[in-house]
Write a protein that binds this ligand. Structure first.
Ligand SMILES: Nc1nc2c(ncn2[C@@H]2O[C@H](COP(=O)(O)OP(=O)(O)OP(=O)(O)O)[C@@H](O)[C@H]2O)c(=O)[nH]1
Ligand SMILES: [Mg+2]
Length: 459
């Protein structure tokens, strides 16, 4: 710490504008060495939180770029340190050159996430908020973005703080009895148990809400499978609302996996169209079939398509066996064909426990029902139409919540069985330390380093 770091904070390449961010005690002086403002004033003489037009010049005084420079003095900046941001014109070469000059003038290149890490170390953000920054950048759906923004503004941090306060209060009760057994006597066990149960419920709700929120962040993998020519590619095209995959009447048209990202009720869903599964001597097609099997293994949900015009064949039965353990939807396609040989009842009889959806990829019927069925499968029937999740956690936070929950449950057991007080206190303190690991109040150095290493340079 203490040194001054710099990086290009905008994406690489040509753009309307590019920003070089400089942070550290000496940031204004360093930038002053290469910046000449139109007003003739030094950055140090200008007001904090102002924008200043001027030029970046190299060692020979040659103008490299015309820029707008902002100065944000500590502690009112992203990192909590003195920050200077140079807004360049966005040319890749000029921006690189400006950064080089800043580095020559005395800054060093920032590591990935180092600006945000400094914000954390300076107390501008807690760990949950720092992680929200990266999740905002990576958000792939509006809902994920909204949930990450809530975390950045402290929704999760506040909830955790309340839980921690409550646990610390319980601890103080327990420790009073440990330290002054004569004066304080036994703790009020009923009250302690009641409070612990309230904490348990709170953490449980948090874990449940997070699990539901996670699908909005991570999305799900849906794989369309079936024998050749049943209309898998046609279905992908309807779902994606574009001609993503080639459709022909020739069985074996699709050989490679074809993937597209669609949104179903705000949930990001990667839909993969596959090669029709069958025994084949065609080298290319058999590689495709192999890829299909791999995709099926990785799928969260399989959409198994059967053809209303052909009826169920051995190939369909084999595929059904392969996806026996998968969460799946069975779809009868081509229901627009008048003299079709397959009804939903027949399929239900053939594959027990399956109730197929009827669609026509050609006439685009039954598609909304298919999307609703997918939504129900993804978020769970019990959550349909329920309140939207309000809090989202990432895997690290989720694991820590689970660990805290376990300690709280052990403490409740301890209270019920009237175990020694200091044993119970070990669990309540254990829960506290997990909560503090989430917010970063007591985070292990290596955990912290790993989190920031995941960031991009310039953030
Ligand atoms: N009548 C009718 N024809 C359809 C429907 N869906 C697809 N087809 C036709 O069925 C043929 C095969 O469609 P594809 O979408 O290429 O089938 P596929 O399952 O991807 O086939 P492969 O890639 O060879 O495995 C094409 O001629 C489509 O026009 C439908 O709902 N009704
Ligand atoms: Mg196809």
């Amino acid at each position: 710490m203490g040194d001054c770091i710099a990086a290009i904070s905008t994406p690489p390449g040509e753009g309307g504008i590019a920003i070089i961010r400089v942070s550290g005690e000496a940031a204004p002086e360093i930038v002053d060495r290469i910046f000449s403002s139109r007003s003739g004033k030094k950055l140090g003489e200008l007001r904090s939180h102002s924008l200043n037009l001027g030029y970046i010049r190299d060692e020979n005084g040659t103008i490299i770029d015309e820029v707008l420079v902002s100065r944000m003095d500590a502690p009112r900046s992203y990192t909590g340190e003195n920050v200077v941001e140079i807004n360049c014109h966005g040319g890749a070469v000029a921006t690189r050159k400006c950064l080089e000059l800043v580095l020559k003038a005395g800054a060093r290149l920032a590591e990935p996430g180092e600006f945000t890490k400094r914000a954390f170390l300076n107390g501008r953000l807690d760990m949950v908020q720092a992680e929200a920054v990266i999740e905002i950048i990576r958000a792939r759906s509006e809902k994920a973005l909204a949930l990450s923004t809530r975390n950045l503004t402290g929704a999760l941090s506040r909830t955790l703080q309340q839980v921690e306060d409550e646990l610390i209060f319980i601890n103080s009760r327990l420790e009073g009895s440990i330290d002054f057994p004569e004066e304080v006597g036994e703790p009020d066990w009923l009250e302690i148990e009641e409070r612990l149960r309230a904490v348990e419920e709170r953490l449980q709700k948090l874990a449940a809400s997070s699990k539901r929120a996670r699908v909005y962040r991570d999305g799900v993998r849906v794989v369309i499978a079936g024998k050749p020519n049943v209309g898998k590619s046609s279905l992908l095209n309807v779902l994606a609302q574009k001609e993503k995959a080639i459709v022909t009447e020739i069985p074996g048209t699709t050989r490679d996996l074809i993937e597209d990202l669609i949104y179903i009720k705000g949930i990001p869903v990667w839909v993969t169209d596959t090669a029709g599964i069958r025994e084949t001597r065609d080298v290319v097609e058999s590689i495709g079939v192999e890829k299909t099997r791999k995709a099926l293994a990785e799928a969260d949900i399989v959409v198994f398509v059967i053809d209303a015009s052909t009826g169920i064949q051995d190939e369909d039965r084999e595929i059904m066996q392969q996806i026996e353990d998968k969460r799946k939807l069975v779809v009868i396609n081509k229901t627009d064909i008048r003299d079709r040989s397959l009804t939903a009842e027949e399929v239900g009889n053939m594959f027990s426990g399956v109730y197929p959806l009827e669609i026509s990829a050609l006439e685009e019927t039954g598609i909304e029902e298919l999307e609703s069925a997918l939504e129900e499968m993804i978020i769970g029937a019990e959550n349909l139409g329920g309140p939207e999740p309000e809090i989202m956690t990432n895997l690290r936070q989720e694991r820590a919540i689970e660990a805290a929950l376990e300690h709280v449950r052990d403490a409740i057991d301890g209270v019920k069985n009237r175990q020694p007080i200091d044993g119970i206190a070990v669990d309540t303190w254990g829960a506290v330390s997990w909560i503090e690991e989430i917010t970063g109040k007591a985070i292990r150095e290596d955990v912290m380093e790993r989190i920031f290493a995941d960031f991009c340079i310039g953030k």
